[in-house]
Design a protein around this ligand. Structure first.
Ligand SMILES: [Zn+2]
Length: 501
């Protein structure tokens, strides 16, 4: 029961009740021969009701709320799910439950024997005895969406259902998914590393080792063994003021598999053989001293990128003889964080996850989709390097970019062949690509008039309330707002339609 849909009507009843009370009070006062009081009550009452009406229109006429049952947009939007906690590292995470959850007894929910994605522990414990409902989404009706925005729309093949997905292809564009990336008119669509943080999915965080000090395995391993790298809880220390470069390698494979999907049908679970090469490494620096520096090393197949950060703040990125150099805002000893990213063919060094990159280098610049698609079966290797310094990294967080899947048998649109969108057609994808029913599968294209508006944020439950970030990349000028009927008609249509995904 989607009770939130009844809120507008409850509020409307309340407003009508208030009008009746006001009229009754004003009439009584008028008849009691105190017309001044009557007029005063009428004025105050009118203002109050007008304010309520504006509030009501703001909240419900231009907005629509619905509950998302499935996890196609996870982790940004959760569908039916259960909350679990790793028995080893105590990290909590949501696991998607199929929409028809009748078979999910307390017994079945209790424990999951799957590797914890953050520490490698082998058991997740259920935090509560029941399946939790999906997030309630607030949709701004009629808002003009841009590329990467979340849009709510009538599903092309079953218009009585409302879906929410991310808008990736605009009218008139030629779109293709190759090697996990999106190509528009033959060019790779590049997201800057600081943009669309929801699309960076957490892959590993050393913080979670802190509560599991005896854990034998660690995602990061010094190479060679016995080097000057040493771990203590969540932190890694390098003690080699006179040493050459020594590596700390990330040993976990960045695959498309996601714990959220373990209860899904086989096809939707994600494939451990599909490797992701787009990665973000965030180091929280505790201290740095010495004449040397630190660096990052990224390798995928025969492509290799090196980033070197000197103690002075000088930065260099190199790829196959191509070099780019820049400067950090201050010396390494004064920096709190440094980040390395490889995303959509561009390598970057950043000082903060929110601010633009200090330095960028295009590794696969604007290549044609068909020319040299990145191989999805090769693992990506990443390492942090240090030389001639004493260094403390308090925490290392690894994230990986969304990897759009094009290898499903039924996903034929915009995958093996480019898809040319008509003058009125859009292309949408779910963030949880292995488990999303989206434009890749639909024989009928999503048209502009079918778009209800933009999903602005999560309205319920309170613990998950938040606003979605704006699509940071502006749409080309040819994109105009979808045509639509009157807002009240839209509201009516959205209220009578049962929402689904
Ligand atoms: Zn764990």
């Amino acid at each position: 029961m989607n009770w939130i849909l009844f809120l507008p009507w409850a509020l409307l009843l309340l407003l009508m009740g208030l009008v009746v009370v006001l009229l009754w009070l004003a009439l009584r006062l008028f008849s009691a021969r105190s017309p001044l009081k009557g007029a005063f009550v009428l004025a105050i009452g009118t203002i109050a009701i007008a304010c309520l009406a504006v509030f009501y229109v703001q909240l419900f006429i231009f907005r629509h709320y619905f509950q998302v049952p499935t996890g196609a947009m996870a982790p940004a939007i959760l569908g039916n799910h259960a909350n679990y906690q790793c028995a080893t590292c105590a990290f909590s995470l949501a696991v998607g439950i199929p929409v028809d959850a009748t078979g999910f007894s307390q017994e079945r929910l209790r424990a999951l024997v799957v590797p914890c994605p953050y520490c490698g522990g082998d058991r997740l414990l259920s935090l509560e005895p029941e399946v939790q409902g999906g997030d309630h989404i607030e949709v701004e009706l009629g808002a003009e969406p841009r590329r990467w925005d979340l849009v709510a729309f009538h599903a092309p093949e079953s218009p009585d259902k409302i879906y929410v997905k991310r808008l990736v292809g605009l009218p008139g564009e030629k779109l293709q998914i190759v090697g996990g990336d999106l190509f528009i008119d033959g060019r790779r669509l590049v997201k800057a590393p600081e943009e669309l943080p929801d699309l960076w999915l957490l892959a590993n965080d050393t913080r979670f080792y802190a509560s599991a000090p005896k854990l034998a395995i660690s995602a990061w391993m010094p190479a060679p063994d016995g080097s000057r790298w040493r771990r203590e809880g969540a932190s890694w220390f390098f003690n080699g003021e006179s040493s050459g470069e020594e590596r700390l390698e990330f040993g976990v494979s960045l695959s498309d598999q996601d714990c959220y999907n373990v209860y899904s049908q086989r096809a939707g679970r994600g494939n451990p053989d599909v490797q992701v090469r787009d990665v973000l490494i965030e180091c929280s620096l505790g201290s740095f001293s010495g004449p040397g520096g630190l660096g990052f090393h990224w390798k995928h197949g025969d492509r290799e990128v090196r980033a070197t950060l000197e103690a002075s703040g000088q930065v260099e990125l190199s790829f196959e003889g191509t070099k780019a150099s820049g400067r950090l805002s201050r010396p390494l000893s004064e920096l709190k964080t440094v980040l390395f990213a490889f995303r959509d063919g561009v390598a970057a060094v950043l000082e903060s996850a929110e601010r633009p990159a200090v330095l960028q280098l295009a590794v696969d610049p604007e290549e044609l989709a068909s020319a040299s698609p990145p191989r999805e079966d090769l693992p990506c290797q990443v390492a942090i390097t240090a030389r001639q310094c004493k260094l403390a990294i308090e925490r290392i967080v690894v994230k990986r970019d969304v990897h759009y899947r094009s290898d499903f048998r039924m996903a034929e649109i915009g995958t093996r062949q480019p898809m040319v969108l008509g003058a009125d057609e859009c292309f949408v994808l779910g963030d949880n690509s292995p488990n999303s029913f989206d434009s890749r599968f639909w024989r009928k294209a999503l048209t502009r008039p079918a778009i209800l508006g933009m999903a602005r944020g999560i309205a319920w439950p309170p613990a998950r309330r938040r606003a979605f970030g704006p699509g940071a990349i502006p749409a080309p000028a040819s994109w105009s707002p979808p045509r639509r009927g009157s807002p009240s008609l839209r509201l009516w249509s959205s209220l009578v339609h049962r929402s689904g995904l």
